[in-house]
Design a protein around this ligand. Structure first.
Ligand SMILES: Cc1ncc(COP(=O)(O)O)c(C=O)c1O
Length: 396
């Protein structure tokens, strides 16, 4: 069946963050929302049917993570990522961010260092700092518009150079939101090796693992791998994710913290949706990748041809794109004002992603092509109306 990703769904008044949270976030409703990382597409019909069937049953008591749910995950990981997982390694959780926090509590002590790599998804900083651990940042390098790991710096930080004890944990974003890298097998092996060498628990956030563009392949990594069907099938509101933890000791430590926090419950609807998504929607998923890839290429083309002063970091996976706006020469705050009030396009402020994010914005392409066209027309018009386009041409 051909999926119609061009169908515009009205998401307003559905209590959705992306469309109904505009005023709270941007101070105005008059922006086209291309920010928070969910999709404007309907979930697969098989998922919607499974949810209908579950709702029809009409009881929503405590849910069990059945063998069926585990087998659905095992099958998906094997088909999509050639990863053979023992069903017993899977620990269910409501979300990946809660599992990041659980990992911090399970594998580190107050005051310990945790390594991250900015620019990165903002909760990476919060789960470390809010739990009284120390953040150690090994910044990614922007090498001609593609992000690379600064190996010398990362090695020094994992070794704990200049500190008494060194870090106990690293949080890896794989693929890397917002910088668009799908880390190669050899890069991942090198990170894992360094972590092993320095006794650092590697926690890998792989929530975007299923959105990979042609020419790239996702490789699961990490002592603790955090995954979910949410980004892939637009199920973010159903609070269902899981950790894959092969080592029994690490798994037990994770579970102990979960139960200490009273986090044992799973979502009955989320489990039903996940089972359907992971067992019946491979074709839908293939079509989604093709649509998103075409959107990515369209965005790259339009940015190159009609957005002087902006350049795009071509993502190798994921539906968030990292736009380098430094050449526009706008000061802190002015850049987001330009997008919000002049272009009327709601994007994420790059500064939220930590050091290295200044002068960048993140734009979500999981929308219909017509929405994307509208957004680019708005950006192009605003560049012209503000004289920024003209200034760029004169500078070239
Ligand atoms: C890297 C990354 N991790 C985690 C999340 C959110 O995970 P969850 O909604 O399961 O807590 C996001 C959402 O954008 C993300 O980009």
């Amino acid at each position: 069946m051909i999926v119609d990703f061009d169908r515009n769904l009205d998401r307003r008044n559905t209590d959705c963050v992306k469309w109904d949270g505009l005023r709270a976030t941007f101070g105005t409703d008059d922006v086209l929302p291309l920010w928070v990382a969910d999709m404007d597409f309907a979930s697969p019909p098989e998922v919607v049917a499974a949810l209908h069937a579950r709702v029809e049953h009409s009881t929503f008591g405590y849910a069990l993570a059945s063998c069926r749910a585990r087998e659905a995950i095992v099958g998906w990981l094997e088909r999509k990522h050639r990863w053979k997982v023992d069903p017993d390694w899977i620990v269910f959780a409501s979300g990946v961010v809660p599992s990041l926090a659980v990992s911090v509590l399970a594998y580190t002590r107050p005051g310990d260092e945790v390594v991250v790599q900015s620019p990165v998804y903002p909760p990476f900083f919060e789960v470390v700092k809010a739990n009284g651990r120390r953040l150690v940042n090994s910044m990614l390098l922007n090498v001609g518009g593609r992000y690379e790991i600064d190996w010398t710096d990362l090695e020094a930080k994992l070794r704990g150079a200049g500190t008494d004890e060194g870090p106990r944990m690293m949080i890896l974003c794989s693929p890397a939101n917002p910088v668009g890298r799908v880390w190669s097998r050899s890069e991942l092996e090198r990170i894992a090796e360094l972590c092993r060498l320095h006794h650092v628990v590697l926690v890998s956030d792989e929530i975007h693992a299923d959105i990979i563009y042609p020419g790239h392949r996702h490789t699961p990594a990490g002592d603790v791998t955090l995954m979910a069907p949410s980004k892939t099938f637009n199920l973010q509101g159903l609070g269902t994710s899981y950790a894959v933890i092969p080592d029994a000791r690490l798994r037990q430590a994770f579970r102990t913290v979960q139960s200490g926090l009273g986090m044992g419950q799973i979502n009955a609807l989320g489990i039903a949706a996940m089972e359907a998504a992971y067992t019946m929607c491979d074709d839908w998923h293939d079509q989604l990748i093709a649509y998103l890839c075409a959107n990515r290429d369209y965005l790259a083309d339009r940015i190159a041809t009609s957005a002087p002063g902006i350049s795009m970091v071509l993502p190798e996976g994921m539906y968030v794109c990292w736009l380098d706006c430094r050449a526009l020469g706008l000061g802190p705050g002015q850049l987001t004002d330009f997008f919000t009030y002049r272009a009327r396009v709601g994007v994420n402020d790059g500064r939220k992603f930590g050091p290295g994010g200044e002068g960048f914005v993140r734009l979500n392409i999981a929308c219909t092509r017509s929405t994307l066209v509208d957004a680019l027309n708005r950006i192009e018009e605003a560049l012209t109306a503000t004289g920024l386009a003209e200034r760029q041409r004169n500078e070239v």
